[in-house]
Design a protein around this ligand. Sequence first.
Ligand code: HEC
Length: 163
Amino acid sequence: MGKWEEILTIEKYVLPLLGVAVLAIAGMATPASVAAAELVKYKIVDSNSIPDSLTGKPGDPVKGRQTAIHRKKGNCLACHTLPVPEQPFHGEVGPALNDVAGRLSEGEIRLRIVNPKYANPDTIMPAFYKTDGLHMVQKKWTGKPMLTAEEVEDIVAYLMTLK
Ligand code: HEC
């Protein structure tokens, strides 16, 4: 008898006592399958740019600012300076992004967030929209990109305001 049949059989007999617990286990099983959800397909042009929005829509620059500086999401400040005076410590490993939209196009910025290794294979900047070939991924993150397609687009929209 498979594990799930066994649980379901037990459920039949011990309900309602165990019912809630079984539902809780079944509920926990769902995120794993959802996590394996596929990434949006995108096209890279000249190994340097992803011209089209991952979501087909423009992002929200206000949300993008929040996601970029959120220590558990973009955490861009770990390596970059941004015009965000309320946060004290800005990293200097990467170039300052205060005027990034003056240097790079929207598509070039999008590629550098999705997977900067296309532009520079040796970069230490993490790929924020990628699930394979990543190193030392914690179990809860396996199969999930660091940012969703919406979050990437929000950050692109925010960086496009920095000229
Ligand atoms: C671990 C450090 C690190 C983190 C975290 C990081 N970056 Fe970078 N980033 C770099 C480095 C280093 C470069 C320099 C270019 C290279 O290495 O290819 C760079 C380059 C860039 C560039 C190109 C800038 C230019 O002028 O060419 C953009 C845009 C960028 N990063 C955006 C981001 C955003 C947005 C985040 C947060 C979501 C982020 N980075 C997080 C290290 C990092």
